[in-house]
Ligand binder design. Structure first.
Ligand code: NAD
Length: 292
């Protein structure tokens, strides 16, 4: 049993902290929103009055925060309050440069650090079936593995500092682009008189197959669990996809890599957000293409 502090008890951090407590770890948590701390308390997470208090006697610190500036701000606040050698795991989705800066800050403070962003969404966080993409030393990874396995079903060591965030941003750029490609294909098929079911039967077993078709089709009636069957509610919100697409473009610019489809897709998700679809699942991008 480890002493674990979780900072950031929002949609993802709350169930993740709950799963660590369920696994008999001694978990303390902090969030700026008091109501989130109260919800964590109901899941067996000890309420802390501040982030500094939460990390005081922790062996492991997990952060699950909105963006790079929040992670760096919290690290600034807590690194000097933790015991030397504490393992810091940042599971937030943040830009690669901030992730590497966080590693460096932790190293200078005598701590061990990993970036470990996740995929699997709030459903995966609740069910402890997240996938963790991890960047940092192999030794740190092995130390973190038993903790991460209590929150997820797949844990992949991607490489050195920042490699987890690189994997995350590349995966989500692929996802964002393919969802638009799939939407265009289904719209074109429909306009040309082809039934979506027939197109699905072909594409899902042909060379166009991909997760956006096979597991998450943006047209209702094809994949029962897809958000398109529920008016695009639940799932992975458009505004979160936009955040990740923007991170992919920042990364492309800083690496000097040309990602023209990623750039175009980013603009389309931004437009969907501007039209008020930010809270809908990202597959609602098909409605924008339909002009709705
Ligand atoms: P959220 O906004 O629900 O939670 C973030 C929490 O951090 C909030 O409760 C906020 O009050 C808290 N917070 C902010 N600054 C703080 C500080 N200084 N000290 C303590 N708490 C602070 O967001 P979320 O959906 O839980 O996502 C968290 C991270 O996980 C993000 O980086 C997001 O991109 C990533 N992510 C989210 C999903 C998803 O489906 N929601 C999926 C994969 C990855």
């Amino acid at each position: 049993m480890s002493k674990i502090a979780v900072i950031g008890l929002g949609n993802m951090g709350l169930p993740m902290a709950g799963n660590l407590a369920k696994a008999q770890h001694n978990v303390s948590g902090f969030d700026l929103v008091a109501a989130n701390i109260a919800k964590a308390d109901e899941r067996g997470v000890k309420a802390a009055k501040s982030a500094a208090e939460a990390v005081g006697d922790a062996d492991v610190v997990v952060t699950m925060l909105p963006a790079g500036k929040h992670v760096l701000g919290v690290y600034e606040e807590i690194l000097s309050k933790a015991k030397k050698g504490t393992l810091f795991i940042d599971s937030s989705t943040i830009d690669v440069a901030s992730a590497r800066a966080a590693h460096e800050m932790a190293r200078k403070a005598g701590m061990i650090a990993l970036d470990a962003p996740v995929s699997g969404g709030t459903g995966g966080a609740e069910a402890a079936t997240l996938t963790f993409m991890v960047g940092g030393d192999a030794d740190a990874f092995e130390k973190a593995r038993p903790v991460l396995e209590k929150m997820g079903k797949k844990v992949v060591h991607c490489g050195d500092a920042g490699a987890g965030q690189v994997a995350k941003v590349c995966n989500n750029m692929i996802l964002g682009v393919t969802m638009i490609a799939v939407s265009e294909g289904f719209l074109l098929g429909e306009k040309l008189g082809l039934s979506p079911q027939k197109l699905f039967d072909v594409v899902s077993t042909a060379t166009g197959q991909c997760w956006a078709v096979n597991s998450y089709a943006p047209v209702p009636g094809l994949v029962p669990t897809a958000p398109s069957n529920r008016g695009f509610t639940g799932g992975f919100a458009n505004n979160l996809m936009l955040k990740d697409m923007k991170l992919s473009q920042e990364a492309s610019a800083s690496a000097g890599v040309s990602t023209p489809l990623g750039a175009a897709a980013t603009q389309l998700y931004a437009l969907a957000n501007a039209y008020g679809d930010g809270g809908k699942d990202f597959s609602a991008i098909i409605q924008l293409l339909k002009g709705k």
